[in-house]
Design a protein around this ligand. Structure first.
Ligand code: SF4
Length: 349
């Protein structure tokens, strides 16, 4: 066990990437970087991280900001509940912890959106407390090196790997150990075709010995993917278009979007004209001209595929249903936080 940690830490000292959140012990910065990196690769996450901490350099600044602005800085990263939770947790720290980032693991765990993984990362990286971190990279290294085929997404597997991660943890330098193990999984013991011949663990690696590298780690669940069909209406009136905040507890909550007709398929223009919601939205408007329909877009999220078309419509006057939307000059749309799907449509205008 000791040799395992020692070897990985030694490898890390020679191979780690220089990253802006490395070698810092500010829990706020570690927290932000960990939440961003849970959903994106380091290269993509870097610019988001730098922009985010430049605008919100402290818990206090984040807590005082409007949620809309926080979401705007998160736009394109996806998993918007994480941004909402960051904002909420910052306010929690101001309200419940006198503005000081908590130092006890149990208190860190109370913050909105912080689970055992993030709490262990913050407490070990920032305070050098002996909590082991288990992320996807760690699962892969441990399952391969120790030759463990228990599914990592089963209750038994989660416990078994958590115990193992604790057993291999170097309690004298837990922060360094955890970062080394995660980096080792990210760069050396990669998911596909790791270069085992260059690996310092090769002589004791069970997966290498038993030729099990491509079958470890094991996952049991196939993620069920739900299909949804969004017919977005890009409605132009004079120099303005219409937006609404998604208030429902659903994907993209609190982001802005165009008038939406969700159906069980993408609608043709004639189906759209016969759609009740469409008719209600434009009732009493003299001229409703459909001036363009985009090609269908397939937008893939973790558990959903959203099929979308953007229908551009020009209207001659407004009515009551449209009054419930925000009217935004086209030039100012980018002040509003929108999904990546809508952002991509706007980029083509
Ligand atoms: S020998 Fe290969 S499979 Fe084993 S730990 Fe090293 S890189 Fe991973």
């Amino acid at each position: 066990m000791q040799l395992f940690s020692k070897t990985i830490i030694n490898w890390y000292k020679h191979n780690k990437r220089e990253l802006p959140w490395r070698d810092v012990n500010n829990p706020y910065l570690i927290w932000i970087s960990e939440i961003i990196l849970q959903q994106t690769r380091v290269n993509q996450g870097m610019s988001y991280y730098l922009r985010f901490v430049a605008r919100f350099p402290s818990v206090n600044k984040l807590a005082q900001s409007e949620q809309d602005e926080v979401l705007k800085y998160w736009q394109g990263l996806g998993y918007y509940s994480r941004a909402r939770n960051l904002h909420k947790a910052a306010q929690q720290i101001m309200g419940e912890f006198n503005g000081v980032f908590p130092t006890e693991y149990s208190d860190v765990l109370k913050l909105a959106g912080v689970g055992v993984y993030t709490a262990a990362a913050i407490c070990s990286f920032a305070y050098n407390q002996p909590y082991s971190v288990v992320d996807g990279n760690v699962y892969r290294v441990l399952s391969r090196f120790f030759g463990i085929a228990t599914p990592i997404d089963s209750g038994v597997g989660v416990k078994e790997f958590a115990r193992l991660a604790e057993n291999v943890l170097d309690v004298l330098q837990p922060g360094l150990h955890n970062q080394a193990l995660m980096e080792f999984g990210a760069l050396q013991c990669v998911p596909v075709s790791p270069q085992c011949s260059l690996c310092p663990l090769i002589s004791n690696c069970r997966a290498y010995e038993l030729n099990l590298i491509s079958s470890l780690p094991v996952k049991k669940q196939k993620v069920k993917v739900k299909e949804r069909f969004f017919n977005y209406l890009f409605v132009e009136f004079e120099d303005k278009i219409f937006l609404k905040k998604r208030n429902e507890p659903d994907i993209w909550q609190n982001l802005y979007e165009f008038p939406l007709i969700e159906a069980d398929q993408l609608l043709t223009v004639s189906e759209l004209m016969g759609n009740e919601k469409f008719a209600a939205l434009f009732s009493g408007i003299e001229n409703v001209d459909i001036v363009g329909v985009s090609s269908p877009v397939k937008h893939v999220l973790t558990h959903r595929v959203i099929y979308t078309e953007f229908i551009t419509i020009r209207i001659s006057n407004k009515n009551k249903p449209l009054e419930s939307y925000i009217q935004v000059p086209v030039a100012e749309i980018d002040k509003y936080a929108v999904s990546r799907l809508i952002e991509q449509f706007l980029e083509k205008l």
